[in-house]
Design a protein around this ligand. Structure first.
Ligand code: HEM
Length: 580
């Protein structure tokens, strides 16, 4: 219906899958390397491989998919083209150029004759330093995503002028709330790159405050995981029920979930810094408490999505407590892939609870448990949903049927098995204390105390799992490439059914984006103003000895500190009198 937009969506998906391919190649190299099965690179290149794997997977693959999906979702749900397709191609071009620059700076690390290196991992905070091209590329990429968001907001506002009294269509609502979260979150990483890391790498300033750049990174680094996750949620809420033969159970609950992410995703980033010495324990405790609230939207999602699928199954003749499960389209890769992804997400939720607990986190901090965790969440819940979604989505945007559904089905199941092996063994090695981000974790002459499963046996599980994942990726990409060669068939674009409980049942206030942004900003200030003020006043804006925060900020920060002290004092007095 909208061929220009479909072209952008396809371009974004293809960029995403190119990054997936590169990420998978580096993924298998490092898996076989660190398990000592095959070492085809010198260990000194391990960080280059790891940086390439991390950046291509979680910055390029996920975010290119997101912009493709969101462009589709906005045009589909508003039923109108984007305002100006030239702007749309501009942001796509900026993102592609930015990622190419960053990619070149990383890959140059393999070539000894080029004096360029960006082995800073996908977390890229100081004290690791990259070539300026790495940061410049990232900045251009992020600006591209900002313009993409503006493109969708402008299209929505044009729609609003024509439909002043209608509820925001659900998919557009999901896009707008996710982008709101992204603007808040990415402002910190942009500040970190533009004010500190880029000038430092260009030699304009001599040093930076590493705790500050870490804190600014994690300000962005936790919400970014929801930025990866929201496209999967969009597919689970709006497409999965249709594939299951049913309808979304509740539009209002879906809106509540997305609003909760706007509010809660940012004031939690310090939970990635439980072991950072420069941040007071109290701030870490507040961050942990906020983190626990994030369970709520996940549990609401589990309920709503499963209820929608069950509705479809019962409509198709399913009955009994669990008997309805047999009335679902398990032969369709898009369905089975998303269901398996959801199942892995539940497992990832449990291992995430361990990460989130301030005390128990010490047990697994910086061990292989952590990649074990996020290969369940972003590496499967998100990645597998995206691949499964493509089996349904690609025909909608290209009018070409998928080359082989059987290969698709095999591929998604293979991913599940591969990840079950790799991730389980990573968790188990983490409990043995095996470090992450290490080329040769076997350290000669050092034995890991075994609680269950030997270190070697777990290594084999990781290697087999990683290999299955690599094969699964190649099958996915091969199937898609063959699909592109298929002849066009008319009428593949399918409408999405309306929810059982629709937007009219949702309180109007849910659509009040201004309100949610304001509350989100207040929460961000409450969670971050004092820790950042303390980090700057102790460690200096640009590191120790180079001066502190600008003089004009001092009275403001003092006032904030006094207000917080009064507030905390008040709370302490009240609880003391309550205790009496
Ligand atoms: C790290 C393998 C897919 C994101 C790792 C590590 C291994 C691995 C073994 C740990 C390396 C270490 O800490 O020393 C694989 C394989 C994959 C795969 C074989 C499938 C082909 C994915 C996917 C994503 C992902 C789909 C996300 C969308 C990451 C990230 C890291 C990582 C962010 C952390 C990098 C760092 O610590 O800087 N991967 N992975 N991986 N993986 Fe994967």
């Amino acid at each position: 219906k909208f061929p220009d937009e479909a072209r952008v969506v396809r371009a974004a998906f293809l960029s995403s899958f190119f990054a997936l391919f590169l990420g998978a190649v580096f993924g298998i190299i490092q898996t076989l390397h660190r398990t000592d099965v095959a070492r085809i690179i010198p260990s000194t290149d391990y960080y280059t491989v790891l940086t390439a794997h991390g950046v291509f997977m979680v910055i390029s693959f996920t975010i290119f998919f997101l912009v493709g999906l969101f462009t589709w979702a906005v045009t589909r749900s508003l039923d109108r083209p984007l305002l100006n397709i030239k702007i749309t191609w501009t942001w796509y071009g900026l993102m592609a150029t930015g990622m190419t620059l960053t990619g070149i700076s990383i890959l140059a690390g393999f070539v000894d004759s080029i004096d360029m290196s960006a082995d800073v991992l996908y977390t890229f905070y100081a004290p690791l330093q990259a070539h300026p091209l790495f940061y410049a590329g990232l900045a251009v990429f992020i600006v591209g995503t900002w313009i993409a968001g503006a493109d969708w907001f402008r299209t929505f506002l044009a729609w609003r002028r024509d439909h002043p009294d209608e509820r925001i269509p659900l998919q557009t609502f999901m896009v707008l709330t996710t982008m709101t979260m992204w603007y808040i979150a990415s402002s910190a990483v942009a500040a970190s790159v533009l004010l500190f890391l880029l000038p430092w790498s260009l030699g304009f300033i001599e040093q930076v405050n590493p705790t500050l750049t870490r804190t600014l990174f994690w300000f962005f680094g936790h919400p970014v995981v929801y930025f990866w996750l929201m496209p999967a949620y969009l597919l689970w809420y709006t497409v999965l029920p249709k594939i299951a033969g049913g309808r979304l159970f509740s539009d209002p609950l879906a809106r509540v979930v997305f609003v909760l992410f706007v509010l809660l995703s940012t004031p939690v980033g310090i939970h990635h810094q439980y072991l950072d010495p420069g941040i007071a324990e109290g701030f870490k405790f507040i961050s942990m408490t906020n983190t626990m609230f994030l369970l709520l939207p996940s549990l609401l999602t589990a309920f709503t999505v499963v209820a929608s699928v069950e509705y479809g199954a019962r409509k198709n003749g399913g009955s009994g407590l669990l008997g309805w499960l047999t009335h679902l389209p398990w032969r369709k890769p898009e369905f089975t892939g998303m269901m398996l992804a959801g199942l892995m997400f539940a497992a990832g939720g449990f291992s995430g609870m361990v990460n989130a607990g301030m005390n128990i986190n010490y047990l697994i901090h910086n061990t292989l448990w952590v990649p074990g965790h996020f290969h369940l969440t972003v590496g499967t819940a998100v990645a597998l949903t995206m691949m499964a979604g493509i089996y349904w989505l690609w025909p909608q945007i290209s009018n070409k049927p998928i080359y082989s559904s059987q290969i698709g089905l095999f591929q998604v199941v293979l991913w599940f098995i591969g990840m079950a092996l790799m991730s389980n063994a990573m968790h188990a090695q983490g409990l043995l204390g095996v470090p992450r981000r290490t080329a040769e974790p076997e350290y000669s002459g050092f034995d890991y105390p075994t609680m269950f499963g030997g270190f070697e046996e777990l290594n084999i599980q990781i290697a087999i799992g990683g290999t299955l994942l690599f094969v699964s990726t190649i099958l996915f990409l091969g199937n898609l490439a063959l699909t592109m060669g298929n002849p066009k068939v008319a009428g593949l674009a399918e409408p999405l059914p309306s929810p059982v409980s629709g937007a009219e049942d949702a309180p109007q206030v849910l659509d009040n984006l201004r309100l949610w942004v304001s509350i989100a900003l207040v929460l961000v200030v409450l969670a971050y103003a004092l820790p950042i003020a303390a980090i700057i006043s102790r460690g200096g804006l640009l590191g120790p000895g180079v001066g502190t925060y600008p003089v004009w900020l001092a009275p403001l920060l003092d006032a904030l500190a006094n207000a917080a002290a009064t507030l905390l004092g008040g709370i302490a007095d009240t609880s003391a009198s309550l205790a009496e």
